[in-house]
Design a protein around this ligand. Structure first.
Ligand SMILES: O=C(O)CC1=CCC(=O)O1
Length: 257
């Protein structure tokens, strides 16, 4: 039986649910900049990746599709039939896998700073091996540079999330990213999709990642946020919040507007 991930609900009882997926090396608190706006109209359901945010890591390997199965188990456990889903990076990949695995559960989808395929598997396998050998320290040291533009001054709380992540959970997520490739199945996605990209995103630049999602998913819209790196929702919270709430308003109406 699939384990239910560690999670937290916020917002008004009975409001339409929006599941929020974090990125590699961050916790559910990645979504704090969006929470005040989202919880005005929606019930947010944030979850933790394995080994992240104090969550346990499973004993063996897992895939992005397994993480999507965990979200299905979470919705089942809470009696939520249908929800919107927004995810950043790995969290976005989980949303893509969820929309393919359980289309009837996904009312609306926001894919932030993510990709149908995160490049060659080799570097992810190497990163997993490094973290299993030396812990998350070496990858945390370079995180601010991977995640944000050089002028961003608020990186510290996000890097602290990575420093607090368990090595095995982080490495398992790297292996899952190495194996993930949804490219050939994007045309099957039926949910209304917004793709959000950071114009200066290094790990998943708009070109080759967001543009492939937007071109491959029927009817998907693409918003590119200027002055944002990989964690665009943290670096440009107002712009990303506005893009997400406008999309949800169109596709998964909240209750308290
Ligand atoms: O930390 C990184 O390398 C950036 C990243 C890629 C996938 C993800 O979730 O974060």
């Amino acid at each position: 039986m699939t384990a239910v991930p560690r999670h937290r609900l916020d917002g008004p009882d009975g409001a339409p649910v929006v599941v929020l997926g974090p990125s590699l090396g961050t916790s559910m608190d990645l979504w704090l900049p969006q929470l005040p706006a989202l919880t005005r109209a929606w019930r947010t359901l944030r979850y933790e990746l394995p080994g992240h945010g104090g969550a346990p890591a499973p004993g063996g390997p897992f895939t992005v599709e397994d993480l999507a199965e965990g979200v299905v188990a979470l919705l089942d456990a809470l009696g939520v039939e249908r929800a919107a889903y927004a995810g950043v990076s790995l969290g976005g990949a989980v949303g893509t896998a969820l929309a393919l695995r359980a289309p009837e559960r996904v009312a609306s989808l926001v894919l932030c700073c993510t990709s149908p395929r995160f490049g060659d598997p080799g570097p992810w396998r190497e990163r997993a091996a490094l973290v299993r050998r030396e812990g998350v320290g070496p990858v945390a040291d370079g995180a601010a540079g991977r995640w944000f533009t050089p002028s961003f001054t608020g990186a510290e709380p996000y890097v602290a999330m990575l420093r607090a992540t368990g090595a095995e959970g982080y490495a398992g997520c790297c292996d899952a990213l190495a194996a993930f490739d949804a490219t050939a199945r994007l045309a099957e996605i039926r949910a209304p999709v917004l793709v959000v990209a950071g114009a200066q995103d290094g790990p998943t630049p708009p070109r080759g990642h967001a543009d492939r999602l937007a071109a491959g998913i029927p009817g998907a819209r693409l918003t590119v946020v200027e002055g944002a790196g990989h964690l665009a929702n943290a670096e440009r919270p107002a712009e990303v919040t506005e893009a997400i709430t406008a999309h949800l308003d169109r596709t998964w109406r909240g209750t308290r507007r």
